[in-house]
Write a protein that binds this ligand. Structure first.
Ligand code: PLP
Length: 466
């Protein structure tokens, strides 16, 4: 074949990437390069840059989804350009969000006699900020009406020391005193007696956690509701519960519908959950619902234009893609109650299998077996004659690609170092079996080698908060 001048461009675009001028030299890392480059080469360079990063499917540290169906991915990539806040331009997307809010309110048993209201968010952190602000604003209104000097003291929010970092952020950003109830080794969730003793006129609310990030355990929200109802009957300074159900909100209603933790309890006024945890959507979607509009102060609601009129919104963020929202709706439509139940039950079976296998090794105390959320937590038994720690075990597992976080428990319990395995829908039985084999092999190795000296346990943490 003969080539003329005009074929240069074509030859360029079919030239192998490895061997191209751009690939053959160092790319500028911290400033813009002068020239543009072929999209294929740019794609390959970025893709390769990410190559040796942890493999998401083997990341047993995260609650966030690492798998979605091809149809969901297609739908989401086809809707990336839609801005979720442009309700006027994308009224169908707005309607889809509205349907999701209704579906979730129903899932959490919002009473028909009240007027629930809710919104999508970027994740539970944003949801918790909104719910926390609503608590603060409505507390202030009630307290002022009762004649309290609301400026005399910082308002406070009560929760267990197993809180997720977003609550610390909330308290710092909005100047709230965080009243923390320490967890205890034989309990590891909210101590209700201590919680009640911390309440005063400046308490904006109590956070109950459905799925403590550290261990996956549940606070006893029903018991808290009972105590709080009795307390509220004795005072004008009523206190209410927000449930942080980031991980449990999309799991428990399908797997343990009989567990009462949601709007069936009268003092539970708002609930959040992450769509990207057991709602089975890729990261970037959360939800928050209030049981009645009266718990969401008007000052926090802003109107945006919608079909020639206005629609109320509540969000910290403004522009963001609607694709996550659409992915959530796809899952609701595609899976239904049956689908979610089947997937979550299977995930729980896998968790129980893993904790059973780990128990059988005889070296570990199981902190959470996966019977509530499919989270397996364990620590090394005391008094074992071994010279390795959970940190060395984590390193051995990492050599096979498994990321298993090892960290000390909060406050009070910081001497207890645990490891946590978060089972997700895409950790199938076969993969779990492989994990178990690698786990056993890692321990065999550690038992055989003579580590120079027992390594000091330096309680350090690695990524367990998500
Ligand atoms: C994950 C988690 C959060 C934060 O959720 P994001 O969706 O990641 O913002 C808050 N609270 C609890 C209990 C969590 O598990």
């Amino acid at each position: 074949m003969l080539y003329g001048e005009e074929d240069k461009a074509r030859i360029q675009s079919t030239a192998p990437i490895f061997g191209s001028k751009e690939e053959g030299q160092a790319i500028p890392l911290y400033r813009l390069g002068e020239a543009s480059m072929d999209p294929r080469i740019a794609y390959r360079l970025v893709k390769d840059e990410l190559l040796d990063e942890g493999n998401a499917r083997q990341n047993l540290a995260t609650f966030c989804q690492t798998y979605m169906e091809d149809e969901a991915i297609l739908l989401m990539s086809e809707t990336l350009e839609k801005n979720a806040i442009d309700k006027s331009e994308y009224p169908k997307t707005a309607e889809i969000e509205n349907r999701c809010v209704n579906i979730i309110a129903d899932l959490w048993n919002a009473p028909k006699a009240e007027k629930y209201i809710g919104t999508s968010t970027i994740g539970s952190s944003e949801s918790c900020m909104l719910a926390g602000m609503a608590l603060k604003f409505s507390w202030r209104k009630r307290a002022e009406e009762l004649g309290l000097n609301v400026m005399a003291q910082k308002p406070n929010l009560i929760m267990s020391s197993g809180y997720q970092v977003c609550w610390e952020k909330f308290c710092v950003y909005w100047d709230i005193e965080m009243r923390v109830v320490p967890m205890e080794i034989d309990h590891m969730s909210l101590n209700i007696d201590q919680t009640m003793s911390l309440i005063d006129e400046y308490t904006i609310g109590i956070v109950g956690i459905l799925g403590i990030t550290y261990t996956g355990k549940f606070d006893d929200i029903a018991a808290l509701d009972q105590r709080l109802t009795a307390y509220n009957n004795t005072t004008d300074y009523k206190v209410f519960i927000h449930v942080d159900a980031a991980s449990g909100g999309f799991f428990t209603p399908f797997v343990n519908p009989e567990l009462v933790w949601d709007f069936r309890l009268k003092t539970v006024i708002s609930i959040n959950a992450s769509g990207h945890k057991y709602g089975l959507v890729y990261p970037g979607i959360g939800w928050v619902i209030w049981r009645d509009t009266s718990y969401l102060p008007e000052e926090l609601v802003f109107n945006v234009s919608y079909l020639g009129g206005e629609v109320p919104t509540m969000a910290i963020n403004f522009s963001h893609s609607a694709s996550q929202l659409i992915g959530q709706y796809y899952n609701f439509l595609r899976l239904g109650v049956e689908g979610y139940r089947a997937i979550h039950r299977r995930t729980k079976d896998v968790a129980l299998f893993i904790s059973h296998e780990i128990t059988n090794l005889g070296l570990f105390d199981i902190q959470n077996s996966g019977e509530n959320l499919p989270i397996v937590c364990y620590s090394l038994k005391e008094g074992l004659d071994i010279n390795w720690t959970l940190y060395e075990l984590a390193d051995r597992l990492a050599m096979k690609g498994w990321q298993v976080p090892t960290y000390p428990l909060p406050d009070n319990l910081e001497n207890c170092v645990i490891q946590r395995i978060v089972c997700r829908a895409d950790l199938g039985f076969n993969m779990a079996q492989e994990f178990k084999d690698d786990f056993v092999e890692a321990i065999d190795y550690l038992q055989k080698v003579k580590l120079e000296s027992p390594k000091e346990v330096k309680p350090r943490s690695q990524g367990f908060t998500h």
